[in-house]
Design a protein around this ligand. Structure first.
Ligand code: HEM
Ligand SMILES: *[C@@H]1O[C@H](CO)[C@@H](O)[C@H](O)[C@H]1NC(C)=O
Ligand SMILES: *[C@@H]1O[C@H](CO)[C@@H](O)[C@H](O)[C@H]1NC(C)=O
Length: 506
């Protein structure tokens, strides 16, 4: 009997403490409007609703609370979402120790367990992308161009006259993986199918297993997490392909110094130049950086390109102008980075496609690390530890930012550039594919703006130019754009969406 009493009173105490803690945190954020009502039950049912109807709930929040902070219920917590130039600007310029990208990723991707703690603790691979990759793009462009051309040749395997109905996204994964890895690890590994499967699958392994680990109570995560994570297995497979190559590079450097004769111009070399601590100059540490960079690069690039081809075939009238522009530039400058720089229409078309199609209505997660919380200029405070997201889609479709935001206008940005050149003779430098702004968040903005976007834009423009010059593309069903796939808050291009490809008939 006494035991029963004790048990009941313990349960009551725990319930009271949980309730009190919620009440306390609820009061602090009560001035911030909630989507899906904020009563105690709505908090839990809303959390379930958010799992299945997140895009609609974000849209509802942005409609009702435009330019403000609002919150959405997750299971057992609130997440915060902002829209409007003023708040977005404040969030993207807040320092990392106040609003942290690394902490938000550590949380959502369980990075310590799935990718290794060093990835976020010492992100030297990001510096290597930002500086060395970007600055070597012109020099390395011939390899990129060659890989794109041979990848489409081999993967499409078209006869001279026959068309083929091809599932677009998996094809573009392969093309992006080959092209990116031509720059990262070079031939012949960038064409090894087993290696390509590894770098494509890695992203999925990390994301799915992170979800599983997140379902565990936090005290079990470090105990069971390592067995759920595929980290060791992925590193082992990576070493199988890259081990001898990286060992050779480290050995040459030891013998002949950092600028040894014949040192290749690739990401492995740039990583080795950027490592600042000795215990990271190992095969497994470098393999883990190469996998992490692939994770940032491949699904993003292939998703953008798939969306762009769905747009191109939904609005086929753009083809002629894009083709002419590419042919003219190539005739004058050959297949070079300089030629790409002349392709304003192709640049604009891709940027417009990125504006209208994304991987979900929110992006750019941050965790509040300031113990005082994060205070916006409108006085709203979001508490320590919570997650903030930016409603990037709302900015991309805001009439305050764009005329007729719901209309696909492939030359929206190239027209602005040309108008400026005619009226003032100067260029307009905030309308390029790689330009970021509070009105264009596809690559983020300010502090953490994607350091790989120069590479991504180079690959994407070269891929689109190559396709329009050498192929005819057609929608599977005329006028029908394959609908996006939705997984909770994540949206991806239709994975089964198909297009007709045919070699261009001259
Ligand atoms: C079309 C392709 C791509 C898109 C749409 C894209 C988009 C983004 C976005 C939205 C962010 C986060 C910004 C934020 O949270 O504030 C980001 C960050 C990042 N991206 Fe990309 N990205 C692409 C390609 C690439 C490529 C090719 C690489 C590497 C070569 C890369 C490397 C990174 C890295 C390392 C970060 C983290 C930056 C940081 O922590 O400061 N991305 N990217
Ligand atoms: C993964 O590898 C590390 C280092 O080699 C090892 O200490 C750890 O036990 C491995 N984890 C699992 C789950 O196999
Ligand atoms: C280009 O790559 C080389 C090594 O391959 C590197 O030493 C150099 O720093 C890079 N260029 C720039 C401008 O970063």
């Amino acid at each position: 009997m006494d035991n029963l009493k004790l048990a009941l009173s313990s349960v009551a105490t725990v319930c009271f403490l949980l309730w009190a803690r919620r009440e306390y945190s609820e009061r602090k954020i009560s001035s911030i409007p909630a989507v899906g009502a904020s009563g105690i039950w709505a908090y839990y049912t809303g959390g379930w609703r958010y799992l299945f109807r997140a895009p609609e709930m974000v849209e509802e929040g942005c409609r009702k609370y435009r330019g403000r902070v609002f919150r959405v219920p997750r299971l057992f917590r609130w997440d915060f979402i902002i829209s409007g130039s003023t708040l977005v600007q404040e969030a993207v310029t807040a320092p990392e120790n106040v609003l942290s990208l690394a902490a938000a990723n550590r949380d959502s991707l369980q990075i310590d367990l799935t990718m290794g703690p060093d990835i976020s603790r010492n992100p030297f691979h990001i510096d290597a992308v930002r500086t060395k990759v970007t600055r070597n793009l012109s020099r390395c462009f011939p390899g990129i161009r060659d890989e794109i051309s041979s990848a489409f040749d081999e993967l499409l395997a078209l006869d001279e006259n026959d068309g083929k109905l091809v599932t677009v996204l998996p094809l573009m994964m392969q093309v992006a993986a080959r092209t990116t890895n031509h720059l990262f690890v070079g031939l012949p590994i960038c064409r090894n199918q087993d290696y390509l499967n590894l770098v494509v699958q890695y992203t999925i392994d990390v994301a799915l297993r992170a979800q599983l680990i997140s379902l565990l109570p936090s005290f079990l995560q470090p105990i069971l997490g390592p067995f759920i994570s595929s980290r060791n297995q992925s590193i082992r497979q990576g070493i199988k392909h890259l081990g001898p190559l990286i060992e050779y590079r480290i050995e040459q450097e030891k013998q002949h110094g950092p600028d040894w004769p014949g040192k290749p111009n690739d990401y492995i070399s740039w990583l080795l130049e950027s490592v600042d601590v000795l215990d990271e100059k190992t095969v497994s540490a470098l393999v883990s950086r190469i996998l992490a960079t692939n994770m940032a690069a491949i699904h993003t690039t292939s998703s953008v390109f798939t969306y762009a081809l769905f747009d191109l075939t939904a609005y086929p009238t753009y083809v002629t102008a894009l083709r002419q522009e590419a042919e003219q530039a190539v005739e004058e400058f050959g297949w070079t980075k300089t030629a790409l720089n002349k392709m304003h229409k192709i640049d604009s078309f891709l940027r417009e496609s990125q504006r209208m199609h994304d991987n979900g209505p929110v992006a750019m997660s941050r965790q509040v690390l300031d113990p005082m919380g994060f205070k916006f200029s409108d006085e709203s405070v979001i508490p320590y530890g919570s997650i903030l997201n930016i409603a990037s889609r709302a900015e991309h479709f805001s009439p305050a930012n764009y005329d007729h935001p719901d209309v696909f206008d492939g030359f929206r940005f190239s027209k602005k550039r040309e108008d400026r050149e005619h009226t003032s003779g100067g260029g307009l430098f905030n309308q390029h594919m790689i330009s970021t702004g509070v009105d264009h968040l596809a690559f983020g903005h300010k502090l953490h703006a994607c350091p790989g976007r120069f590479l991504a834009a180079t690959e994407l423009k070269a891929m689109l130019a190559h396709l329009v010059v050498h192929y005819d593309l057609r929608a599977e069903i005329e006028g029908v754009r394959p609908p996006d796939d939705v997984f909770g808050i994540v949206i991806v291009p239709n994975r089964r969406g198909k297009l007709w490809f045919r070699k261009r008939q001259y």
